[in-house]
Ligand binder design. Structure first.
Ligand code: G3H
Ligand code: ZN
Length: 277
């Protein structure tokens, strides 16, 4: 069933667990994540980023509608989230399409304009029953630059939530986007201080760079929504590549996307169980 992202995150926080939020580029990946949620009995957040929308020739609706349909037809609670959106028009479109949450990133705007625009998005989203995530203290790596040194200040974070009314807050605590090794060092003490200072569930971006044990420690320290993309894409692509290398004459995409999807489902299920400490 389609479920509200912030409500799932609050439930996870109360249970001391993490909520898996996995990025989707292809429909097969979304199907794999929903199957993983159903097989484990844990909820999942399907995330479609503004970058993925650009890949789909700028159209949010085709894959966005498919994600909502998958969530509605699922036996497990599934949320549908617009990820890393800088374009406010895309946010309003996600509201129309029945998404359950939006991450609005106004960090490139001057600070007061960012707060004002974020608060406007929050008002529109709340009126339609969606929740909103924002980010404070930029998580490095979005432009391929490793910047694991970025940190979010707990008092600033609490003030930002008060000023904007966001339901979830992404914080910088040592991760960096698109890491291909799982050796990021998290600032667990800062996560604890942020969790104590910030009234809404915390979100970890760039989670591909975190080891299994590191992630469980982060969840115990108070991290809730765990965003993973690169790691699961790697699992998908490696499995597809094995098929392509073994069968150079393959033409039917189902023959290589299928194994990719199966491998991704297995790893997503493993992660969902790992987060449910
Ligand atoms: O918003 C999505 C995530 O932050 C994914 O980051 O590709 O490093 O796992 P990642
Ligand atoms: Zn991210």
């Amino acid at each position: 069933m389609l479920a509200d992202t912030a409500a799932l995150a609050r439930q996870a926080r109360e249970a001391g667990q993490g909520l898996g939020a996995f990025n989707v580029i292809l429909l097969e990946q979304a199907e794999a994540f929903v199957a993983a949620a159903e097989s484990t009995g844990h909820p999942v957040v399907l995330q479609l980023s503004e970058n993925a929308v650009k890949y789909h020739r700028g159209s949010l609706a085709p894959l966005g509608r498919a994600l909502v349909a998958l969530a509605e037809g699922s036996a497990a609670p599934v949320a549908v989230h617009l990820d890393h959106a800088e374009d406010t028009a895309l946010c309003y479109q996600a509201i129309e399409l029945g998404f359950t949450s939006i991450m609005y990133d106004g960090s490139k705007l001057p600070d007061d304009e960012n707060r004002r625009t974020t608060a406007e998005i929050v008002r529109a989203a709340h009126a339609a029953g969606l929740s909103v995530e924002a980010e404070l203290g930029e998580v490095g790596g979005k432009d391929g630059v490793h910047a694991p040194g970025a940190r979010t200040d707990p008092a600033d974070a609490a003030q930002f939530v008060a000023d904007t009314g966001v339901d979830l807050l992404a914080v910088a605590v040592g991760t960096s986007h698109a890491m291909s090794t799982r050796d990021a060092v998290l600032d667990l003490d800062l996560i604890e201080r942020l969790a104590a200072a910030v009234p809404v569930p915390l979100v970890l971006h760039g989670s591909s760079g975190v080891s299994d044990l590191g992630m469980q420690a982060a969840i115990r320290a108070g991290m809730v929504k765990i965003n993973v993309s690169t790691h699961l894409n790697g699992v998908f692509t490696r499995a597809a590549r094995v098929e392509l290398d073994a069968n150079p004459k393959l033409t039917d995409p189902r023959k290589y996307l299928g194994p990719g999807s199966t491998a991704m489902q297995k790893e997503a299920a493993r992660l969902l169980n790992l987060y449910a400490i």
